[in-house]
Design a protein around this ligand. Structure first.
Ligand code: PBG
Length: 315
């Protein structure tokens, strides 16, 4: 049947019609708000989602998030001092551990995820320890990452999210934490879109770049291999990161695997829309909701986004 009998505009006429036939929706159930905790606060007027909070400030911020209806947050820490190994990542009184101990008893209903990585904690800014040849030493980094994940869970984390891209890290964490959900940053690309995050988290590498461990932007079959390995090592949720430039990767992972799938709508994606809106080129709310809808339509079940707080006020 074709025109004039078939007229797809019939179902677009009224908002209520469009609502009943919508295939993909954005819900607060699916969103995770990233939060940065540091010894000193650092507000960010241009990118409010990227502000650093002290532990006390974080408690106030989370109070507001919970009141607005945000259900999950992922914590990133910026330590007092950095060293070669990144020991601030796993020490018992580390910044993320302090934040977890403050938040856990106050907000029992909030899902607390943590990013497990060493780059914010190492003096060189890489995501693992550096070997004599100047490259990141994969196997030596695994024990430190697992130790970090265990310390997060001991302090109250519900879910750990390894983002370092070392081979075998999901298995190394799974061995130590048989009962903790692991959201694996499985297909994490060496991306130019992490810029504002690295400023907020003070985690830019002091030399070189992350292409020796993060994925090449040209590859999608390799993303499926990364996911396959993470499934075999015991991951509970797979992740693709960034999101918008990698919607095809999300779709490919969705089609191949039955695990829940997360997408990280990263800092550069957020900043692009914020700056374009500030310049008057587009409407932030509409562009953000369209972006999040597209990420879900591509196959994501969960979206980590700096807009989670705003979405809670928009929906
Ligand atoms: C690594 C990590 C990064 C992001 C999340 N976890 C930075 C990186 O790999 O360089 C980026 C998130 C964003 O840009 O919003 N700990």
């Amino acid at each position: 049947m074709t025109f004039p009998v078939t007229r797809l505009r019939r179902l677009r006429r009224e908002a209520v019609l469009r609502d009943v036939v919508r295939e993909t929706t954005v819900s607060l159930d699916d969103l995770v708000m990233p939060l940065f905790v540091a010894p000193e606060a650092l507000p960010n007027e241009r990118l409010p989602g990227m502000a650093r909070h002290t532990v006390e400030g974080l408690v106030r911020e989370v109070e507001e998030l919970v009141r607005l209806g945000v259900k999950a947050a992922i914590l990133f820490g910026i330590p007092d001092e950095k060293d070669d190994e990144g020991s601030g990542a796993w020490v018992d009184d580390g910044i993320v551990q302090q934040a977890l101990r403050a938040l856990r008893p106050r907000f029992p209903e909030l899902l607390l995820l943590t990013d497990v990585c060493l780059c914010e904690y190492t003096s060189h800014g890489h995501c693992g320890v550096i070997a004599a040849d100047g490259h990141v030493d994969n196997d030596a980094s695994l024990e430190l990452l697992a130790r970090t994940a265990v310390s997060h869970v001991e302090a109250g984390a519900d879910v750990v999210c390894p983002s370092d891209m070392m081979d075998g890290r999901v298995g190394a964490i799974r061995e130590q934490l048989p009962e903790t959900p692991i959201v694996a940053y499985s297909a994490k690309y060496a991306s130019a879109f992490y810029g504002p995050f690295r400023e907020a988290a003070d985690s830019a590498p002091a030399f070189g770049d992350r292409r020796g461990y993060q994925m090449d932007p040209g590859n999608v079959r390799e993303a499926l291999r990364e996911c396959e390995l993470d499934v075999a090592e015991g991951a509970d949720v797979l992740m693709v990161k960034p999101a918008l430039p990698y919607l095809d990767v999300l779709r490919a992972v969705r089609d191949r695997f039955d695990l829940p799938l997360a997408a990280y709508n990263v800092s550069g994606e957020y900043a692009m829309v914020k700056d374009a809106a500030a310049a008057g080129h587009l409407d932030e709310q509409a562009a953000a909701l369209e972006s999040l809808t597209a990420i879900k339509r591509a196959g994501a079940d969960i979206v980590i986004t700096y807009w989670a707080k705003d979405v809670a006020t928009w929906l």
